[in-house]
Design a protein around this ligand. Structure first.
Ligand code: FAD
Length: 455
């Protein structure tokens, strides 16, 4: 390791990205101070108000493998084969995510995943974990990083250079750099919020098929549910803040029951304490954060949600944050100093962070609406057929994002647009009931779609 990179590093935020990054760097022998505002989650109850479980896909898996922790993570995972669509009458249809046995995503509990990563980090004595340490400010001009120790109330400062800020979507480090004009940000908040609800186990078993991500798509809004290993499900309602229907209208128990009975009749019976949960659980906001630049010299770098928070509809925020950690770790081998490392990281990742932000937004419409549309379903089936015939050329966009970590997000976005044109053209030229014109498909793909990795 070049001497300048051997300096101890500060990591602010021991969430998903911060712990994984600390683990990767600890394995390289680098000393880290890992600061976290919460209490140690290995001994304290998890905080409420956060997504309880998450979808982990190939990019996240690859990162966990890279960090050598898959053996500890495997027992936490529940494979999901596809989307199970619940229509308004309660009838269900499975839309598989892919067409090969390994093309599944996994439901994983946030708290358990974070705990396992922290446990792994504690095996390295050169990582110092500091819980209940709230970062207050990063000041590059003074080379100072300020904290408050929540236990004593005392504030203290330490040397800023080098710091990686993984303090999440509401990053204090990002806000303090913004206030000092080191960067600019754009925050695009949706006018839809989310609320989580628990579907308890029934007689010790999952109340629904545990190997699917359940969706109740209703056009402008939707309910989804992911399984947990304790056999409960966590459901999330995504709904407009105001308007009809909207969270503002669901202000009393009768309105909540009426809404759920009308919209999600088969789910309502699975949440016995629906009104109580609805009242107690906070509604969370959803948005994308764009910040530029992500780094100030070799002093401080934003990573994960702190740099590029996205809406959760592609299930990729954590996956992208984990991919950040891998990229950083690999770049670490090739750089001599923090400034060039931070710069190279930003140059490499920005285009892909922007691409997944866009695809995540597009997926909201797909999940809450398009999954019910016959044209969408026809084009999806066509995409899978094209993949069977031209597996090295035509890979559905969802699959590129979820199952092909070797295809960067930016390339998935670009190829996805070309593929959408090909699909539209083939769809328009195929009469109902007719077989796909394979010769035409081959020609269009040859003309318009370069091999993966080519421009
Ligand atoms: P976080 O996990 O938010 O960690 C930030 C850490 O910093 C926290 O521990 C926090 O306590 C700490 N911190 C904050 N401020 C300070 C401070 N001032 N001082 C010290 N510490 C601080 N992603 C997926 O890949 N799949 C999904 O299915 C998925 N579903 C989601 C569903 C919802 C409803 C939401 C909101 C998000 C979802 N995401 C999903 C996104 C995912 O949660 C984030 O992308 C991921 O948590 C980012 O990791 P991170 O480490 O950057 O930030």
């Amino acid at each position: 390791m070049p001497p300048t990179l051997a300096q101890p590093m500060n990591i602010v935020g021991a969430g998903l990205a911060g712990t994984l990054l600390a683990l990767m760097l600890a394995r390289r022998g680098l000393a880290c101070n890992l600061y976290e505002r919460r209490a140690d989650p290995r001994t304290a109850a998890p905080e409420g108000g956060r997504s309880i479980n998450l979808a982990l896909a190939a990019r996240g898996l690859r990162a966990l493998e890279h960090a050598g922790v898959m053996g500890h993570i495997m027992p936490l995972l529940i494979p999901l084969r596809g989307r199970l669509i619940h229509d308004s009458s309660g009838a269900t249809t499975l839309q598989p995510y892919g067409q090969r046995a390994h093309e599944v995503i996994y439901s994983v509990g946030r708290a358990a995943l974070n705990r396992v990563l922290l446990e792994e980090v504690t095996r390295y004595s050169h990582v110092a974990l500091r819980f209940r340490h709230v970062c207050l400010e990063a000041a590059p001009a003074a080379n100072r990083l300020r904290f408050q120790d929540a236990a004593s109330g005392a504030t203290f400062a330490t040397v800023l250079r080098p710091t990686v800020a993984t303090d999440g979507a509401g990053s204090t480090v990002r806000a303090s750099l913004l206030a000092q004009n080191y960067l600019q940000t754009r925050e695009d908040w949706l006018d839809h919020d989310y609320k989580e609800l628990t579907l308890p186990a029934i007689d010790g078993a999952h109340a629904l098929d545990p190997h699917a991500l359940h969706i109740w798509p209703r056009g402008g809004f939707m309910l989804i549910a992911l399984p947990n290993i304790d056999r409960s499900f966590t459901a999330t309602l995504f709904l407009a803040r105001s308007g009809t229907p909207g969270f503002a209208q669901l202000s009393d128990g009768a309105a909540v029951m009426r809404f759920f009975r009308e919209q999600f009749p088969d789910a309502v019976t699975l949440i016995p304490d629906l009104v109580e949960q609805f009242r107690m659980h906070p509604a969370g906001r959803l948005g994308s954060v764009h910040a530029a630049p992500w780094h100030v010299g070799g002093e401080v770098l934003l990573m994960g949600d702190a740099a590029h928070a996205i809406v959760p509809f592609h299930g990729q925020g954590m996956n992208a944050a984990f991919e950040d950690c891998v990229e950083f770790d690999l770049l670490f081998e090739r750089h001599r100093d923090w400034q060039s490392l931070f710069l190279a990281f930003e140059q490499r990742r920005r285009v892909h962070a922007e691409a997944i932000a866009q695809m995540a937004l597009e997926n909201y419409t797909e999940m809450r609406d398009s999954v019910r549309d016959v044209g969408f379903l026809r084009r999806n089936a066509l995409a899978l057929e094209l993949e069977r015939h031209f597996p090295d050329r035509f890979i559905p966009r969802y699959s590129m994002v979820s199952f092909h970590p070797e295809i960067p997000y930016g390339e998935a976005l670009r190829r996805g647009a070309l593929q959408a044109q090909i699909l539209a053209e083939l769809d328009a030229r195929t009469a109902p009931g007719d077989a796909l014109d394979l010769a035409l498909a081959g020609r269009l793909i040859d003309q318009r779609l370069p091999a993966c990795g080519e421009r």
